[in-house]
Design a protein around this ligand. Structure first.
Ligand SMILES: [Zn+2]
Length: 444
C-alpha cells in the first residue's frame, strides 16, 4: 500500500495541480448509495426512468417526489468523509486543481473544496420547469411535507424540480465550463485523477481524454484502466487518508501552507517525463530518421540540464519543508531521466545534437494558456470573484517562473510589455491583488 501511495503522490508532484474527477464511489463512505454498484446500487431496486427522468416526473409526480424526498434527506444528513476532506485540504494547499464531480451531494463544498464543477447538478436549489425561477431546496421539502405534490412555483404555478440532472435534461453550465477550462491548458502535460467513478456515464467519461495522463482510484475496473499510469483498487478514504499522512510527514507533521503561485518546477518535470516517454517509444520504430531523432534527443538533453540548473538555483532556504521535499523529488526525477536518456542513447547508438533548451518557449506558451484560463472566467457575466483572483495569480506566477527560468538559462528576459498588457487586462477585470508581489518569489 505505502509504495502505491508514494506513486500517487509522485504523480501529483510530477504533473502539478492535477484535475480530479469524482463519482459515486467517493460518497458511499458517507452513506450515500452508489446508483450503479451491482447488488447494492439504487438502480438495482428501482427503475431509473421512473425516479430519475423528466418523463417519470411528469407521468407520476407522487412517486418521483416521495422518492426524491428520501434522497434529499439522505443527502442533507450525510457528512463529508476522509476522501472529501483530504481533497479539500489538497485544493486549499494548491496541490490539486479543479474537482469535477458527478455527485449531487454537495459533499465536496462541505468538505472544504473551493473550485469544483457539479456536472450532474446539486440538491441545494430547485428551479421552476416553466419560468426557471430558482428557490432553495427547503421550498420543495416544505411543500412535499404539506402534501403539495408536485411542489409548484410561486410565480407561475409550474413544477419545481431540484437542480439535478435527470434523464432527458441538458447538461448544466458547469459541464461546459469544466470542459472549456480543461481545453485551455495545452502545453504542459496534465494529469486527471479519477476517484470512485466507473467512467461509464457520458459525456463526463470523455473528460479524461482531455488529459495526457490518468490515475484511477476505484474499487472496480473501469474502461480506462488500460490507459492509466496508476490504478488503485482500494477504499478511497483509506487511500486519501494515507496520502495526506504522507504529505504531513514531508512537512514536519504540519498541514502545508498553500504552494506559492509560480512554484512551477513540476511543469518542467511533466514536460520531460512526456518527452522521455516519447523517446522510449522510438526504439522500436523505424519511421523517424536518425537525424531527426538526434535533434530531438539534443533538445531533451538540453532540457534536462536546464531543468536541473533552474531547480538548483531556486532560493529554497526559507521555504516550507514540503516545498524543499518537492524540489528534492524533482532533482531525483531528473537523475532518473538522465540515466534513462543515457541508456537510450547507447542502445540506439544515437548521438544527441547540440541544441538549446526549449523551456523559454514552453513557459511563454504556458503563460499564455494561463492568461486565457483567466480570461475564460472574466468572460462570464457573473464571474466568481475568488476564481478570477486565483486565475490571475496563476498567470502572474507563470510569468515569474518564466522570467526566473530564462535568467538562469542565460536567455533574454520575457518582454516587459507582455507583463504590462496582462496587468492592464487584470485591472480591467477588477483584479484586486498586487500581482507584482507574486513575482517577488523569484527575486534573487
Ligand atoms: Zn415559475
Amino acid at each position: 500500500m505505502e509504495t502505491r501511495i508514494s506513486d500517487l503522490l509522485g504523480l501529483i508532484f510530477r504533473f502539478p495541480a492535477p484535475w480530479i474527477l469524482t463519482g459515486a464511489g467517493i460518497s458511499t463512505e458517507s452513506g450515500i448509495p452508489d446508483f450503479r454498484s451491482p447488488g447494492t446500487g439504487l438502480w438495482e431496486k428501482m427503475d431509473p426512468m421512473e425516479f430519475a427522468s423528466v418523463e417519470g416526473l411528469r407521468r407520476n409526480p407522487r412517486a418521483f417526489f416521495t422518492h426524491g424526498r428520501e434522497t434529499i434527506d439522505t443527502i442533507l444528513n450525510a457528512k463529508p468523509n476522509t476522501g472529501h476532506i483530504v481533497l479539500g485540504h489538497l485544493q486549499q494547499a494548491r496541490l490539486i486543481g479543479p474537482i469535477v464531480t458527478q455527485n449531487v451531494d454537495d459533499l465536496h463544498r462541505r468538505g472544504g473544496a473551493i473550485h469544483y464543477y457539479e456536472v450532474h447538478g446539486h440538491f441545494r436549489t430547485a428551479s421552476c420547469m416553466s419560468c426557471r425561477n430558482q428557490v432553495p431546496i427547503s421550498e420543495v421539502v416544505n411543500q412535499v411535507d404539506r402534501d403539495q405534490i408536485p411542489p409548484v412555483c410561486g410565480y407561475c404555478g409550474g413544477i419545481l424540480k431540484p437542480d439535478v440532472i435527470l434523464f432527458g435534461d441538458m447538461m448544466p453550465a458547469d459541464y461546459q465550463e469544466a470542459s472549456l477550462l480543461a481545453s485551455r491548458y495545452q502545453y504542459i502535460p496534465k494529469l486527471m485523477i479519477v476517484i470512485g467513478s466507473s467512467l461509464t456515464v457520458s459525456p463526463v467519461n470523455y473528460l479524461p481524454l482531455e488529459f495526457n495522463r490518468i490515475a484511477i482510484i476505484n474499487n472496480t475496473p473501469t474502461p480506462m484502466d488500460y490507459k492509466a499510469d496508476l490504478v488503485l483498487r482500494q477504499q478511497i478514504g483509506q487511500v486519501m487518508g494515507a496520502l495526506w499522512d504522507e504529505i504531513l510527514a514531508l512537512n514536519d507533521g504540519k498541514a502545508p501552507e498553500p504552494l506559492p503561485y509560480g512554484f512551477n518546477f513540476g511543469h518542467l518535470i511533466a514536460y520531460l517525463d512526456n518527452e522521455m516517454r516519447f523517446l522510449a517509444g522510438q526504439k522500436t520504430r523505424t519511421t523517424a530518421s536518425k537525424e531527426s531523432l538526434a535533434r530531438h534527443a539534443g533538445y531533451i538533453k538540453a532540457d534536462l540540464e536546464a531543468a536541473q540548473s533552474i531547480i538548483q538555483a531556486f532560493p529554497a532556504d526559507d521555504r516550507q519543508p514540503l516545498e524543499k521535499a518537492m524540489l528534492q523529488f524533482y532533482l531525483a526525477e531528473i537523475e532518473r531521466m538522465k540515466k534513462e536518456f543515457a541508456s537510450w542513447c547507447s542502445e540506439t547508438g544515437i548521438e544527441p545534437n547540440a541544441e538549446q533548451s526549449r523551456f523559454s518557449k514552453l513557459l511563454q506558451d504556458n503563460f499564455k494558456d494561463n492568461v486565457n484560463a483567466f480570461l475564460t472566467y472574466t468572460d462570464e457575466t457573473e464571474p466568481l470573484p475568488d476564481l478570477v483572483e486565483h486565475f490571475a495569480a496563476c498567470a502572474a506566477g507563470c510569468f515569474g517562473f518564466w522570467s526566473f527560468s530564462n535568467r538562469i538559462m542565460g536567455q533574454p528576459l520575457p518582454p516587459q510589455e507582455e507583463w504590462e498588457n496582462f496587468k492592464k487586462r487584470a485591472n480591467d477585470h477588477r483584479v484586486e491583488q498586487d500581482l507584482d508581489q507574486i513575482l517577488k518569489l523569484f527575486s534573487l
